[in-house]
Design a protein around this ligand. Structure first.
Ligand SMILES: [Zn+2]
Length: 61
């Protein structure tokens, strides 16, 4: 049932810094500092595994 944590968008496959806050959890990549937050470990994994958002590219020339 549990979602498997994928490697970070930056390619980091090692340990991630998981933190328990009051009311929610967070997961941080020590390499690129990407952080996701969620209210459950399951939600945390899902948020983490979302594909990287694609910033607007300057291909429009
Ligand atoms: Zn990363």
């Amino acid at each position: 049932m549990s979602e498997k944590i994928k490697p970070c968008h930056c390619g980091h496959e090692g340990e991630l810094m998981g933190m328990r806050h009051s009311g929610f959890l967070s997961l941080t990549c020590p390499k690129c500092n990407r952080t996701v937050e969620a209210f459950s470990t399951e939600g945390l994994a899902q948020s983490w595994n979302k594909p990287a958002p694609t910033p607007p590219q300057e291909n429009d020339r």
